[in-house]
Design a protein around this ligand. Structure first.
Ligand code: BGC
Length: 714
């Protein structure tokens, strides 16, 4: 008899429901208190899983209760949100997406897993795979941005990184693909609001990331808080049971979001907790996080014949199997057995700095304002985010809460010890007080350049952080205007550095700043990374994974829109446009400048006629016509010319990178399997449609910068 069969045969109903329950503990090492319950429940076997614990000491202390004091000695599964690093915080996921580097996405997850497992943890609630096209939604910060192909690549890299090849390794943790599905489509970008999207959008845009995670072997998955077209995801039988478990063959653990089962009552689909528990279990949700609906509701439901013991058992088995795969039965203390050596942590910080500098997106750089001249004697570092080390970490700092982070000011002072670096915040991030603006502007006198550090507080993005006007908060616009006026009157260039968990609506700043950097939230090494970029130690390589709107009214704005029968034409009144703003984004998906300048030429695509089983070979020549060495990211898009269904104006299918010295030329080779050009036909079934397809290659999704070639599918 297997270990699991043996346990199943001996478990009481209460013990089974304990395995289906996950409860939050206190957050820090100050003393493990189980919320709304007690450690006695672990000993009783009625709590089998915990979240929000930090530190190998407390984790092992709880584990000991389960393994040494409970009747059946079943180990606990203990998880935490490790969203962009555990203690060593990397750039937020949105920023990391823009690095376009699968090895790097995997490495940061691997390092986060190493650090998290050293703290005794066996599970993370990541990766977050919510495609998002609406910067009002604060959780854009946690995800991949607007593109579904990119999301799928990230999904696979992250699952590989967290889980490795062997879940039982002391350095591996179970990943959790979340939030299933289409959470990013919340109405008007408002957190937790209803989602209503078409079946086509669901299949083309939102599901592929989850399919990719399942193919990569993700161990667990979390349904979104939200409803989809009228059915809350926590109770969504067609998607959880039929699509995920059925079509995709996912047999891992489905864990509810925090209190989400009880929230089925507020959604109005469950009358009470018993009803809610029945709906979630029937949909295939195995673990109830924080609602206590399973423990309270399922015994009653079972008695009433509304669920069967077989349904409960199936979930219990999945949880026990995960614990077994994680090696918890064999050695529950394998994670966190030895503290990490200082050298390992130092190497991780070096990685954090490297990723952070690669995540910076240079949106604008007029007259080569950046890098700063080595001859600069005095710099002004102005703005509420200049000396804001805590903000650099961004939302979801998890166990990194008390870790030091490097501010821009500290980073610049370390990089330029001989330079006179002046600093004034000018204003606070959000307050109405303008009294510091004048003094800040006066600092510019006699300086060589101004670095204006503006943006959001870290907690203005992330969960429950929607903003109707995702622009500069407080009086930062007034500060920017005053500083810019003074600096420009003196002939001093202004570099604006923006911190945010989303693209911000900043048309004025974009027009007036001499250079503009999107620094997102870069993590513990932020200040060093920014110093590396602005001093020219490295050339920027980051690309924006979301379009930047010119006005909030353009939202949702994304490059993969479908065409209109009346495409925008300024000369024709009755066309698809706004009267008050262009259709185009301020900065397109994929946009990001380097210190080089790349010209594109000679796009070759072969063969000219392809069948479904063929692979296209694509190459393009590049020359760095700029004055500095740099690495360019080259994007590959496609578009069907005529199709039975309207297709997006562009679809991303690949990317490649090339580093070139000034004056140097080289070429980039890309491959595309023709099968990837399959689309969903009018009946939503996969279809390899014959006809002409355009292959487009260039530096971003901005149409004017793309080289194109037509091939024929036959
Ligand atoms: C969030 C999840 C998270 C969970 C546990 C919820 O509020 O939506 O993303 O994993 O809390 O912390």
């Amino acid at each position: 008899m297997s270990r699991i069969d043996n346990l199943m045969a001996r478990m009481t109903l209460a013990e089974k429901l304990g395995q289906l329950t996950m409860t939050a503990s206190s957050y820090t090492v100050t003393g493990p208190v189980i919320a709304g319950d007690s450690t006695q429940s672990i000993i009783d076997g009625t709590i089998g899983n915990l979240l929000n614990m930090v530190g190998a000491g407390p984790v092992h202390e709880m584990q000991r209760l389960a393994v040494e004091k409970s009747r059946l000695r079943i180990p606990l599964l203990i998880g935490l949100d490790i969203i962009h690093g555990h203690r060593t915080l990397f750039p937020i996921p949105l920023a990391e997406a823009g690095v376009f580097d699968e090895n790097l996405w995997e490495r940061t997850a691997r390092e986060a897993a190493r650090e998290g497992t050293a703290d005794g943890l066996a599970m993370t609630f990541a990766p977050m795979l919510d495609v998002s096209r609406d910067p009002r939604w604060g959780r854009t910060a946690e995800g991949p941005g607007e593109d579904s192909w990119l999301n799928a690549r990230i999904a696979q890299a992250k699952v590989r990184g967290f889980q490795g090849n062997d879940l039982s390794s002391p350095e591996a943790m179970a990943a959790c693909a979340k939030h299933f599905v289409a959470y990013g489509g919340v109405t008007a970008g408002r957190e937790y609001a209803a989602v209503d999207i078409s079946e086509r959008n669901l299949r083309e845009v939102y599901l592929p990331g989850f399919a990719a995670a399942v193919h990569a072997g993700v161990a667990t998955l979390m349904p979104a808080f939200t409803d989809l077209n009228g059915v809350p995801m926590t109770a969504h039988i067609p998607l959880l049971r039929d699509w995920l478990r059925g079509e995709m063959g996912f047999d891992g653990v489905i864990v509810s979001d925090y209190n989400a089962i009880a929230e089925l009552i507020k959604h109005g689909v469950a009358a009470d907790l018993v009803d809610a528990a029945v709906l979630a279990l029937k949909a295939g949700v195995d673990i109830d996080m924080m609602a206590d609906a399973y423990r309270k509701g399922l015994p009653i439901a079972l008695e009433q014949g509304r669920v069967t013991i077989e349904e409960i058992d199936a979930s219990v088995r999945r949880v026990l199997r995960l614990k077994e795969q994680l090696g918890l039965f064999d050695d529950p203390y394998r994670r966190g057995a030895t503290p990490e050596p200082a050298a390992v942590v130092a190497r991780r910080h070096a990685l954090a700095r490297d990723v952070a500098r690669r995540a910076v997106v240079m949106l604008k750089n007029e007259r080569d304002t950046l890098p700063l001249s080595a001859a600069a004697k005095a710099l002004c570092v102005i703005g509420p985010l200049a000396d804001a080390s805590t903000e650099m970490k961004g939302p979801w700092w998890g166990a990194g809460e008390h870790e030091p982070a490097i501010s821009v000011l500290a980073g610049l002072r370390a990089a330029l010890p001989q330079t006179d670096i002046r600093h004034a915040p000018g204003v606070a991030i959000e307050s109405d007080d303008e009294s510091g603006i004048e003094a800040a502007a006066r600092l510019c006198d006699g300086a060589d350049a101004v670095l204006l550090c503006l943006g959001e507080r870290a907690t203005m993005s992330g969960e429950a952080a929607s903003r109707a006007t995702p622009a500069l908060p407080g009086r930062q616009q007034a500060l920017a205007e005053a500083v810019m006026a003074r600096a420009h009157a003196l002939g001093i260039p202004v570099v604006a550095i923006l911190f945010s968990g989303r693209p911000l609506v900043v048309p004025w700043l974009s027009e007036h700043a001499d250079a503009l950097l999107a620094a997102w939230f870069l993590g513990v090494e932020a200040g060093h990374a920014i110093a590396d970029v602005v001093t020219g130690q490295v050339s920027p390589v980051g690309r924006t994974p979301m379009s930047w709107p010119r006005a909030v009214g353009q939202v949702p704005i994304f490059y993969g829109q479908r065409p209109s029968g009346r495409p925008m034409n300024p000369a024709d009144y009755f066309t698809s446009k706004y009267q008050d703003v262009d259709n185009t984004p301020l900065y397109a998906f994929g946009h990001g400048l380097t210190y080089g300048r790349f010209s594109y030429d000679d796009l070759q695509v072969a063969p000219p006629r392809v069948r479904e089983q063929d692979t296209l070979k694509i190459s393009v020549s590049l020359r760095n016509v700029g004055a500095r060495e740099a690495e360019e990211t080259v994007f590959l898009f496609v578009r069907a010319k005529v199709s039975r269904v309207t297709r997006p104006l562009l679809e991303l299918k690949g990317y490649a990178k090339l580093r070139l010295k000034p004056g140097e030329a080289g070429s980039v080779d890309l491959e595309l399997r023709a099968a990837e050009l399959r689309l969903l036909g009018p009946d939503l079934q996969p279809l390899f449609e014959t006809g002409e397809v355009e292959i487009l290659v260039g530096p971003s999704a901005e149409q004017t910068g793309l080289l194109r070639q037509t091939i024929e599918l036959c």
